[in-house]
Write a new protein. Structure first.
Ligand code: ZN
Length: 453
């Protein structure tokens, strides 16, 4: 009996420490992933049973419990919560904008931008002035006093990557209210941040500064932005009444959710993989960032299925509050226990669950070349395009620890059609495309976990 136990122990021990070539691991990860399509099953569960999960909402608290259970189910060695204070902003039921000119009225499809103040019940009313830049706002100066500013600079359609077009337009949403209020405006309408022409407003974070009056700000659908712009060309004066019931409450306590597979040889060397657990309160955050969440959990499940322990620790972090504060990413990096750990690489998936093309990498040239050497392994899932420059908002907080920043690069064409709107739902996610992203991350992470950086 004792001999049998000893033999079994040896077999188990040697299998745990068995070696596997990177290319064999890549094939196994691919096959397991594509057979099970487990990332999509998780995403169905998250979107159906939790739904949207804005920071400070009951949905987010449900998501914390969901994330913890999903990490346990995926086979993480340990799962835990790390506390973080997060904002609580509530949209409320009223978001309404009515334009009127020459005796005619038009209802505009709007939604409050995240963080906006609300209005009185009657709303704010004023003449609408269309602008396309902050320079224009400055040039108009006094003429904007008491007016409602309509920012209508569209995405630059000539950009191949809509993410770049987003970057060129999004300051209207984030800082438009500040610039408008400096000129004495009383409210802001912002063209939705998308190339799509439809009737869904896209929300997203906006900010204020304490020294400048806080004026209400709403996104308007691209169809209604175009209509309003046409009306403004024809009519001498168009009035808008904007009513919002949004409200900010004091911050509330919540959590980042974390699970890991512990490394056998260098457990204190950590490779982080993550996305953000919060979402906006439109749609169900299926792409943004439910996809990144389920892919990160799936990485642990797939690597566990190799039945070979990683040499370095692989940690999935489901960050709180990326969308309107980045409090989760900041709290994770600032935690005292991080000082005893060495975060060698951090990989983020927060660009949608679309077909992966490769990875963007921010690091020095030596480490960059090391990461690029995995391109031939990634060919198996068509994710071999590795380029300089990349990462993500949540992992950017680890930059000060010298962590290599890596962002999963999925196809970018449809992301902003859905982003931060009611369009971001599970039916827009393709099970195999989503899974291929998780497999690509697993292959890369497995390589790094065995070789170091
Ligand atoms: Zn996101």
């Amino acid at each position: 009996m004792r001999t049998i136990i000893l033999c079994l122990t040896i077999i188990i021990f040697s299998s745990l420490n068995a070696q596997i070539s990177h290319s064999d691991a890549a094939v196994q990860l691919k096959n397991k992933g594509l057979k099970d399509l487990a990332a999509f099953e998780m995403l169905k569960d998250l979107t159906a049973n939790v739904g949207h999960r804005l920071s400070g909402s009951a949905g987010y608290e449900k998501a914390v419990v969901w994330g913890k259970n999903a990490l346990v189910k995926a086979g993480a060695d340990s799962v835990w919560l790390e506390p973080v204070m997060i904002p609580k902003w509530v949209r409320g039921n009223v978001e309404k904008a009515t334009a009127s000119s020459a005796g005619r009225k038009y209802e505009l499809t709007v939604c409050a931008l995240g963080g906006s103040v609300g209005t009185s019940k009657e709303g704010v009313s004023g003449e609408v002035i269309e602008v396309h830049s902050f320079d224009e706002v400055k040039a108009l100066g006094e003429k904007l006093k008491g007016k409602i500013i309509f920012y209508n600079r569209p995405f630059d359609k000539t950009k191949v990557n809509p993410g770049e077009a987003y970057g060129g337009a999004v300051n209207q949403r984030t800082s438009g209210a500040i610039e408008a209020a400096k000129a004495g405006a009383i409210g802001v309408l912002v063209r939705s941040m998308t190339n799509a022409i439809d009737d869904e407003p896209h929300t997203g974070a906006m900010r204020y500064v304490d020294s400048i009056p806080k004026i209400p700000a709403a996104a308007v659908s691209t169809i209604d932005a175009n209509i309003l712009s046409e009306v403004l060309k024809k009519e001498r004066s168009v009035m808008v009444t904007l009513q919002l019931s949004a409200k900010t409450f004091p911050d509330v306590p919540s959590y980042n959710v974390i699970g890991e597979l512990r490394g056998t040889e260098y457990p204190k060397e950590i490779i982080v993989v993550g996305g953000h657990l919060d979402s906006w309160d439109k749609g169900t955050g299926a792409h943004d960032d439910g996809s990144g969440i389920v892919q990160s959990i799936e990485v642990l499940r797939l690597i566990k299925s190799l039945n070979v322990r990683p040499k370095r620790t692989i940690r999935a972090v489901l960050y709180a509050n990326e969308e309107n504060g980045l409090k989760g990413g900041k709290a994770y990096a600032a935690r005292e226990s991080r000082l005893n750990e060495k975060h060698i690489a951090a990989i983020e998936s927060d660009a949608g669950g679309f077909l992966p093309h490769g990875f963007g990498v921010s690091t020095d040239s030596i480490k960059y070349e090391k990461i690029r050497s995995y391109a031939s392994l990634l060919e198996i899932v068509g994710a071999e395009k590795i380029h300089k420059g990349g990462g993500g908002a949540d992992i950017s907080t680890l930059q000060s620890l010298g962590t290599v920043q890596i962002g999963l690069d999925p196809d970018s064409q449809r992301y902003f059609d859905y982003h931060h709107s009611n369009n971001d739902t599970i039916d827009k996610v393709h099970p195999r495309e989503l899974e291929l992203g998780a497999i690509a991350m697993s292959i890369l992470i497995w390589g790094i976990s065995q070789d170091g950086l």
